[in-house]
Design a protein around this ligand. Structure first.
Ligand code: NAI
Ligand code: MG
Length: 346
């Protein structure tokens, strides 16, 4: 195992700055003495765009390649036209670094709120395909702006792309205690892509007899997320379904302040990127009100990805314990970060 971490840090905009510094605080506290942590901060996001008009220049994309992983806060501000930073920065990174796994764990921690009645036992992870589906920009429009406008947005699914994400999901399911994997698609209507996904899933399943498998149409999955979330362990799905399902997952399991994610290239060819699911929250930025827990849980995913399993679990346990003891007293971003840093070090 490598005993040094060369981390790229993109705090970004709004509360991104505030939560990332807490993430780094906890990372520093949890790492053993002999692990050398090097960080380099990249100034990217809305502020940079306003200043220079740049989103992600090639020189910075190249520099980012040299890191072991990337920690990102949040990118975006209402003052930037929609799509500029999403396409020019976030999607550009995801495609350039071939982040074909978008990993989103959902866990209902103790003493947290869920809109669901009866506090079901929620502990599942969504493995969302990250580089294909309808998000490749494969489309166009004709007669744009007229009554006869025609728009296409083609969903791209390759045997290679589907198989690599399905394999990754089977590996993750096999490593978890319940060993259950659910494929979510809509193969009764989207028959071409749906059959590629289902056939690939069934083929790979034969290599993992220890993993229990299930299939759900995406509409049925939304019902079960609300009525029976405890039935899920690992879920694998395409880019669009995964985008929608993971927001629902965050909503039923403690909310946006706790949702962590990873944009992962499991081959290690490029650095993977870890970030809270939430955005830059301009409504509370600069007030010390942001909950840094989602970012700190993203740091746990980052550590697990780099092979620091013990440290990852220590962060997750610290978050669990911290949440269990929350009594409704408001704490600042910094105070929550301090409390977690103390717990992981102790
Ligand atoms: P948002 O997630 O920034 O905020 C939604 C609501 O949740 C707000 O009321 C906010 O105060 C609250 N919230 C979010 N994170 C919180 C935290 N850690 N602690 C406490 N409360 C929190 O989503 P919104 O308002 O739709 O987007 C704001 C900006 O962020 C936009 O420019 C958007 O494009 C960008 N964005 C960026 C993302 C990214 O960097 N990956 C993801 C989502 C949005
Ligand atoms: Mg989303």
């Amino acid at each position: 195992m490598s005993r040094s971490i060369n981390l790229a840090v993109i705090p970004g905009d709004g509360i991104g700055q505030e939560v990332v510094s807490q993430g780094l605080k906890v990372l520093n506290a949890v790492l053993p003495q002999d692990v050398k942590l090097e960080t380099k901060e990249y100034d990217l996001g809305a502020r940079r765009w306003h200043r220079t008009g740049e989103t992600l220049p090639d020189a910075e994309l190249d520099a980012l390649k040299g890191h072991d992983a990337i920690l990102l806060g949040a990118i975006g501000d209402p003052s930037v036209p929609s799509g500029v930073l999403e396409r020019g920065l976030l999607l550009k990174l995801r495609f350039a670094f071939d982040h074909f796994i978008n990993l989103r764990p959902s866990k209902l921690f103790p003493n947290t709120e869920t809109p669901l009645a009866g506090r079901p036992d929620i502990d599942f992870v969504v493995v969302r395909e990250g580089t294909e589906g309808p998000y490749t920009g494969n489309g166009g429009s004709l007669r744009t702006g007229t009554e006869h406008e025609v728009a296409t947005e083609v969903s791209l699914n390759t045997a290679f792309g589907v198989e690599r994400v399905v394999r990754d999901a089977f590996e993750r399911a096999a490593a978890r205690p319940r060993k259950k994997l659910t494929l979510v698609h809509k193969n009764n209507v989207l028959v071409y892509a749906g059959h590629l996904w289902k056939n690939t899933f069934d083929k790979v399943a034969a290599e993992y007899p220890q993993v229990t498998t299930d299939y759900l149409h995406v509409d049925a999955a939304t019902i079960f997320f609300v009525t029976q979330p405890e039935r899920f362990d690992v879920i694998v799905t395409d880019n669009l379904f995964g985008d929608i399902l993971t927001d629902l997952a965050a909503a039923v399991s403690g909310g946006i302040g706790l949702a962590a994610s990873g944009n992962i290239n499991p081959t290690g060819a490029f650095p993977s990127m870890f970030e809270p699911v939430h955005g830059s929250a301009p409504d509370i930025a600069g007030q010390g009100k942001a909950d840094p827990t989602a970012t700190i849980l993203s740091v746990a995913l980052l550590l697990r990805h780099l092979g620091y399993e013990v440290e990852a679990v220590r962060i997750e346990d610290a978050v669990s314990a911290d949440l269990a003891e929350r009594d409704g007293t408001a704490r600042t971003t910094d105070e929550i970060g301090d409390a977690l840093a103390v717990r992981v070090a102790g």
